[in-house]
Design a protein around this ligand. Structure first.
Ligand code: CDP
Length: 217
């Protein structure tokens, strides 16, 4: 069994790359951001402010989240499109500042990783969730390139967006994620950083494959 941590900011290509690597190596892909998004979505739907409070803590205890066959479930209902809206990333970033939320997400990720090989993407996988992961990659790209990618993704899904607005959101989320006290976004000391600004998906996947093969020997 082995584990691969892929961390980095929004739009650095984590999910595309992580999915592809998991497919090539035949292990399970876990999207940690999706779980933060589900919690943000659920609390917002229930009109519970996204900050630490007794009401929030109580509701968090009741929230049932499951990952089955690469699908994410909230109280037995499959969740996907609902958490891919423009505002969902910011909601996720808000709940991600709360320690109890992080504990809940981490226990879901660790419980699955204790049973099988996983590739997990996120912000703190190599630093906090799986500090003993055998392979750690930190993906980056310029904010403008990341905003361009996110903008194209939204357009493909027919979600209307302005490039400037997407760039602003990327910059705000970068600030929230790197400056927070709990598990801030940063490369693990034993990670390899890949700047993907001018690399294709195939280039990045190739580099990670080589890194894994070399390190395995
Ligand atoms: O796909 P994208 O990179 O835009 O976002 P995501 O991975 O779905 O994560 C959404 C938000 O959840 C991030 O901006 C973080 O605030 C938070 N998050 C986190 O704190 N720790 C993780 N391991 C994953 C996500």
């Amino acid at each position: 069994m082995f584990h691969i941590a892929i961390d980095g900011p929004a739009g650095s290509g984590k999910s595309t790359i992580a999915k592809s690597i998991a497919g090539i190596l035949g292990c399970k892909y876990l999207d940690s951001g999706a779980i933060y998004r589900i919690i943000g979505y659920h609390m917002t739907k229930k009109n519970i402010p996204l900050k630490k409070s007794q009401e929030f803590t109580e509701e968090l205890k009741n929230v049932k989240i499951e990952v089955k066959n690469d699908k994410y479930y909230l109280f037995d209902e499959e969740i996907n499109e609902q958490i891919r809206k423009k505002e969902s990333g910011m909601y996720a970033s808000e709940v991600a500042k709360i320690g109890e939320v992080r504990d809940k997400v981490n226990s879901i990720l660790r419980s699955i990783s204790s049973k099988m090989s996983t590739v997990i993407d996120g912000r703190d996988i190599g630093t906090v969730v799986l500090p003993d992961a055998e392979f750690k990659i930190f993906l980056t790209a310029s904010p403008e390139e990341r905003a361009r990618r996110r903008f194209c993704e939204l357009r493909e899904k027919n979600i209307s967006a302005e490039y400037d607005e997407v760039l602003k959101e990327i910059n705000e989320r970068d600030a929230a994620d790197t400056l927070r006290n709990l598990a801030p976004l940063r490369p693990a000391e034993d990670s390899v950083t890949i700047d993907t600004t001018s690399l294709s998906v195939e280039d990045v996947v190739g580099r990670i494959k080589r890194y894994v093969e070399e390190k395995k020997q």
